[in-house]
Structure formats: structure tokens, C-alpha cells
Design a protein around this ligand. Structure first.
Ligand code: UDP
Ligand code: MG
Length: 337
């Protein structure tokens, strides 16, 4: 009987300094599980400006298990993940970073858990954030707490994108063709039985993180807006609250004027109230804007990524950059024929 295939999907952006070490590690791991699965290594070059693509081509020439997709520009990690998952051929797919912060040594354990049939997915979570800035990890923790409270999906604290999934779960993820992709939320949203394995944070072997504080902030806002409409409802609650408050104030002012007469005072109160209320209104417009801009972008139906060149094993996929839904359909049709 033919062995099942495990696809290792790796989004890479300017990773020339780590790819060699990563390849070495991952091939060693593949060797250790060769009696259970065959491996495919699918690298997604997310419009790198360094020698990442050249290195990938060299690896692909040398090793036929290596495939790659190269984007026409930098589309972001989420697009890289999507491209990787939609071009992977494996019965199982493991998603990991190129910088060895997702240590390949956990793959055998993940694979055994999946093969046991008890779980559809095995995901890794960091139990500490050693080596990460204090402010960064504080905001990160706040985000996960807040997100859990207001959106139905429970993203486990410290959850990473390092995860192994069955084909069934991968197809479910690909069946969500949204343009604003928050993969951690999508993984939680599709459900399935997930086993969490904790591990200690590892620092990047070489190169630099691609995430600035502002990109992490917009990532968190995207995470909240993508999975919760609670911020929209907030304006209604605040509106009701301030209506009641202003009604009480009005009565108090009328009574006060009747008893004490109309003395002109209260300038600071008026200015403060005006500033506060206009600030609140702008804030709520901003919240509204976040949702409208996202639905505007969704409405354009732009492709999630555009590939400039690729060498992949999968021949059944349709035109490059097609939306997930269509791609999924195309794949199913081809399989049925
Ligand atoms: N990455 C990507 N596109 C981007 C930014 C990052 O494909 O626009 C990849 C990157 O090459 C790495 C992974 O995403 O394999 C995680 O990025 P990084 O290590 O910079 O993030 P951190 O580990 O610091 O959160
Ligand atoms: Mg990293």
C-alpha cells in the first residue's frame, strides 16, 4: 500500500539566512518518519527581496520533494499560508515558519497523534514568551483575552500557526475564501478535534522578525473585526447609556434652574461634555469604518495572492489567484472525473 503524504508548508519572506538550516533540519525529521509518511516540502516565497527564491530553486533542483510558489509581491503571511494550503497535495499538512522558531522535532509526535485518528489537528502553543519584548507580550496577552471575550471563537493563549491538520480540515479552511484572512481565527472557527501541545519559545536562528509593533496592531484589529461584531453593537449600548444620562441631566438642570434661577456658569462642564461626546462619536465612526472597509475589500473579490512563478506537484488547481471557493470546486470536479 502506498504511504500517505505529509505536506510541509512554509511561508518565507526574506529568509535567505535561515533556509539552509531549515532545510537541513526538516529533511532530518522527514528521514525519521519515512516509514510512516512521504514528505513534500512546499515553500511559499512571499515576494522576498533577497535570495530566498534562488535558494528555493536550488533546493527544488536538488530535491524533488521540494516545491515552491513565488508571489509577484509581498502579500503577507496569511496569503502565504493560503497559497501553501491550496497547493499542498498531502493527506496531512503541517504549517510552520522558516526561522526554526517552530522546531521540526515536534513533527513525529504531531504525526503520531494525527495517525492515531483521535484528533484532526495538532497545534502548538507557546507556554512562555522568553526572548520577546515585555510590552509586546503584554499587548499580545491582552489581545487574546479581549478577543476571546468578544468573539465566539476561542483562540488559545500563545497559539501559534505551527499546526498539523488532516486533509479534511485543510479543505474546510480553504473553503473559507475571505480576503481578510485571520488564520488563527479560521482554524478555531472550523472546529474539529484539536490537541494542543505546549512548548518553550525559541528564538529565531538568524535574520529578523518581519513584524513591527504597528503590523501586529493591525493584525490584532483584523483578528477582532474578522470574527466579532460586538464592537458594532457597542455604539448602540453607549448611545442608550448617554440618552438616559442626558435625560437625567436635563431634569436635574430644569429643577436646578427653577429653584436657584439661571446663573451663567458651567463652562468647563459644557466644553468637557462636547469634547467627550464628539470623541466618542468619532471613535464609533472609526469602528464602523473598520467593518465597512473590510466588507468593501471583500466585495471587490480580489485574489488572495498572485503567483509569478511556481513549481508544484498539484496539477489540478485552476487559474492562479482564484478565490478559495472556486478553487475548491475546481479541485473536487477534477477528482470526480
Ligand atoms: N512571513 C511571510 N510574509 C510576511 C511576513 C512573514 O511569509 O509578510 C513569514 C516569515 O518568513 C516566517 C513566518 O512568516 O517564516 C513568521 O515570521 P516572523 O518569524 O518574522 O514572525 P515572528 O516569528 O517574529 O512572529
Ligand atoms: Mg519567527
Amino acid at each position: 500500500m502506498e504511504k500517505p503524504c505529509l505536506s510541509v508548508v512554509v511561508p518565507c519572506y526574506n529568509e535567505e539566512s535561515v533556509l539552509g538550516a531549515f532545510y537541513e533540519e526538516i529533511t532530518k525529521t522527514a528521514e525519521s518518519i519515512r516509514d510512516k509518511v512521504e514528505c513534500e516540502f512546499l515553500f511559499v516565497d512571499d515576494g522576498s527581496k533577497d535570495r530566498t527564491l534562488e535558494i528555493l530553486k536550488e533546493l527544488a533542483d536538488r530535491d524533488e520533494r521540494v516545491s515552491y510558489i513565488s508571489f509577484s509581491r509581498n502579500f503577507g503571511k496569511e496569503s502565504g499560508i493560503y497559497a501553501g494550503l491550496s497547493n499542498a497535495v498531502g493527506d496531512y499538512v503541517v504549517l510552520m515558519d522558516a526561522d526554526l522558531q517552530h522546531p521540526p522535532c515536534y513533527i513525529p509526535e504531531m504525526l503520531d497523534t494525527i495517525l492515531s485518528g483521535e484528533y484532526d489537528s495538532v497545534a502548538m502553543r507557546r507556554v512562555d514568551r522568553e526572548g520577546e519584548g515585555k510590552i509586546r507580550s503584554f499587548f499580545s496577552r491582552m489581545f487574546y483575552k479581549f478577543n476571546k471575550k468578544i468573539s465566539g471563537v476561542d483562540i488559545v493563549e500563545g497559539a501559534t500557526d505551527y499546526r498539523m491538520m488532516t486533509r479534511q480540515m485543510v479543505d474546510a479552511v480553504l473553503d473559507m475564501p475571505e480576503y481578510n484572512r485571520f488564520t488563527k481565527g479560521i482554524f478555531a472557527w472550523v472546529g474539529f478535534r484539536t490537541k494542543w501541545i505546549g512548548y518553550h519559545n525559541v528564538e529565531r536562528v538568524a535574520g529578523e522578525t518581519k513584524w513591527s509593533f504597528s503590523s501586529l496592531l493591525s493584525y490584532s484589529i483584523n483578528g477582532i473585526v474578522s470574527f466579532s461584531t460586538v464592537p458594532l453593537a457597542m455604539s448602540s449600548f453607549l448611545g442608550v447609556f448617554f440618552c438616559i444620562f442626558s435625560f437625567v441631566m436635563m431634569i436635574w438642570l430644569i429643577v436646578k434652574t427653577l429653584i436657584f434661577g439661571n446663573a451663567v456658569s458651567g463652562y468647563p462642564t459644557i466644553v468637557t461634555v462636547i469634547l467627550f461626546m464628539s470623541g466618542l462619536q468619532l471613535l464609533m465612526f472609526g469602528v464602523l469604518g473598520q467593518y465597512i472597509s473590510r466588507s468593501y475589500m471583500e466585495g471587490k473579490h480580489r485574489p488572495i495572492y498572485i503567483a509569478r512563478e511556481k513549481k508544484v506537484k498539484r496539477s489540478v488547481v485552476g487559474a492562479e489567484g482564484e478565490r478559495g471557493g472556486k478553487r475548491f470546486e475546481a479541485k473536487k470536479e477534477t477528482e470526480e472525473k
